[in-house]
Design a protein around this ligand. Sequence first.
Ligand code: KG4
Ligand code: ZN
Length: 342
Amino acid sequence: MKWFEGPVLGIESSCDETSVAITVNQMVKTNVVTSQADLHRQWGGVVPEVASRAHVEAFLPALELALSESGISANKIKAIAVSNRPGLVGALSVGVTAAKALALAWNVPLVGVHHLEGHMMSPLADSPDPIPFPHACLIVSGGHTELVLVQAPGRYEVLSETMDDAAGEAFDKGARLLGLGYPGGLRIQEAAITGNPKRYRLPVAIPNDAYHFSFSGLKTAVLRLVETEGANLNVNDAAASLQAVIVEALATKVRHALDHLQIRTLTLVGGVAANVALRERLARDCDQDGVRFITPALSLCTDNAAMIALAGSLRLASGQRDDHHLEALPNAPIRSLEPFGI
Ligand code: KG4
Ligand code: ZN
């Protein structure tokens, strides 16, 4: 694996985390993440305008902290990698504009990084063992649920995706209906600790269609549960039941796909990869099936700039560069990614 030589500064601002990180090869020197969760909580979800403004306020303090924490001064940074797609366009624009300004001021190369490529490269962080290619990567985040065959960094084949909601959305919408608030995934996980996952019967969405996922039926089922149980609803049991069916749906599909395609390594990435029940279930399934299972530390699952710096470093090492024309793009499927060096 060829890394860009020298410290790479990564910037992430695609949704509600402002993050600045510095990596050297695969080593994460610092990964400053400022969450806007407190700000958006009152609205029950991310408000794009509020997010953009908060990124503007949080960026320079995060940059200063990253530089001071790492002990790497600004004049030692050799390149800048910024998450420029997909995401909230106003939020992304803050990071992209900052990245262009810094690249110009410091006279260093710039590269735009696909946010999901960042997630896919996150298991490489600080990894003592090289991760085998090809491998399958399950991306589970607030906006995406995709199983990708990673032939090599930059060469991806989407094996399956959700037909409707993302797994993170199922957690977030379920949490809202259960009155657990925002951010939903973590709230459900915490409530589920003391809950009985067998108490309520929610549908496990396992469509017959190839390896695809479907989660939209769950929010209707949770709504119906809330309405029928009324004041008798045990929220912890409901949270445990919801978490259990999401984990079951993901694990069943992934196991089937790995077996069918004879893939021997699975990585688990994205915000929902921070879910302990999901990590444990996939680890157990993989162990039984002789599949190597790799998932990054929790801080590298939810949005962060270290993963952007890592993916950017690989692209920079292959010669890729962007200039001041780099744009923030709201939509960008994984299929649109070009292999390295092209
Ligand atoms: O990757 P990410 O930080 O942002 C996107 O790219 O979307 O993922 C955010 C998602 C949210 O839906 C959040 O509820 C979910 O990850 N999440 C979790 C946990 N921590 C974050 N879901 C389940 N369990 C968790 N512990
Ligand atoms: Zn993400």
